[in-house]
Design a binder for this molecule. Structure first.
Ligand code: SIN
Length: 316
């Protein structure tokens, strides 16, 4: 069996398969349920300054095969309720706590409260693709200066590692990755959902309650792979600081995990696969990854990491 353990700042993972933010990570019960699976780690639902209700539905639809559309509205219990839960619970897997806020001061305040409640690493959600035009949430992850402001504020507020969760909805994601890392981020997570819109022709209106939405599911995996490669290549060339990449976007099999590791990812996050199945999917993906590595002769993740980038060095 291949060695699948991986260490990234703030998290020692038994395998590189983490729960992605947003799918099951809003309550203690859901997090314990996923932790009991063979996942390597958890990422909580994104937690903001105050409790938010879910948007009027439909909030999540598989519109065609492999295309998952959602606009949930960042529903969450709010930082005070979440930190109370955090300090009363011991989870059996390492957890990245995802946070968001309307401005740098707010996210710094949330980060401090999470650290005090025992969080060992944070993921700062800088994007919200379904947000309406004009919303600050739409623009933070698309503006390197704002990314720097948010990351710097959080890094000054806490001593624990901070990962920047990046949007794919920009011209060149290595620019935003560079901004986050130069401001002190300890790693980057990518990609969040792809900006999308779908119409129900019978109803004559968009199918998602919020109208605008984000797209995930297996159909976005090649987009995610390209974005991860852009960031990993920029790191290789020394154009941006080197740091762990937590990759996500449509992963449903062990082969998908291998693809992202070969493009330079250190670990991966899995979200929409849990829409199709339950948390047992982590065990199935781990088995597939193990089998693939055994057959192909990879003894550990390090021997696979980044090998697909070797043929791409010359790309701009
Ligand atoms: C949502 O809760 O609507 C999704 C949040 C996100 O895409 O970051």
């Amino acid at each position: 069996m291949a060695e699948l353990g991986v260490e990234v700042p703030g998290l020692a993972l038994a395998n590189p398969l983490m729960l992605a933010s947003g799918v099951q990570g809003g309550t203690a019960a859901a997090l314990h349920r996923v932790a009991a699976s063979r996942c390597g780690g958890l990422v909580s639902k994104s937690i903001g300054p105050v409790a938010r209700e879910i948007y009027p539905g439909p909030v999540c639809v598989e519109s065609t095969d492999s295309v998952v559309l959602n606009a949930m509205g960042l529903p969450n219990p709010g930082v005070d309720s979440f930190t109370e839960m955090l300090s009363q619970n011991e989870f059996s897997k390492p957890m990245l706590v995802s946070i968001f806020g309307p401005d740098a001061e707010s996210v710094a305040d949330i980060a401090k409260k999470m650290e005090a409640a025992g969080a060992t690493a944070l993921e700062l959600n800088l994007s919200c693709p379904h947000a309406k035009p004009g919303s600050r949430a739409l623009i933070v992850g698309q503006q390197p200066e704002l990314i720097k402001e948010y990351i710097s504020a959080v890094k000054q507020a806490v001593g624990i590692p901070v990962y920047a969760k990046l949007t794919p909805n920009t011209a060149q994601v290595s620019t935003e990755a560079g901004a986050a890392l130069e401001a002190g981020a300890d790693g980057v997570s990518l990609i969040n959902t792809v900006s999308a819109l779908e119409v129900d022709p019978y109803a004559g209106r968009p199918i998602i309650g919020n109208l605008l939405c984000g797209m995930s599911g297996p159909s976005i995996r090649p987009i995610a792979q390209r974005k991860v490669a852009e960031v990993a290549l920029a790191m290789r060339r020394g154009e941006i600081p080197t740091a762990p990449i937590l990759a996500m976007g449509g992963i449903t099999t062990g082969l998908d995990v291998a693809r992202f590791i070969m493009l330079g990812a250190t670990a991966v996050q899995i979200g929409s696969a849990l829409i199709y199945g339950d948390a047992d999917v982590f065990g199935e993906i781990e088995n597939e990854l193990n089998e693939f590595m055994d057959v192909q002769g990879y003894s550990d993740l390090e021997s696979m990491r980044g090998i697909a980038l070797d043929t791409m060095e010359g790309l701009n």
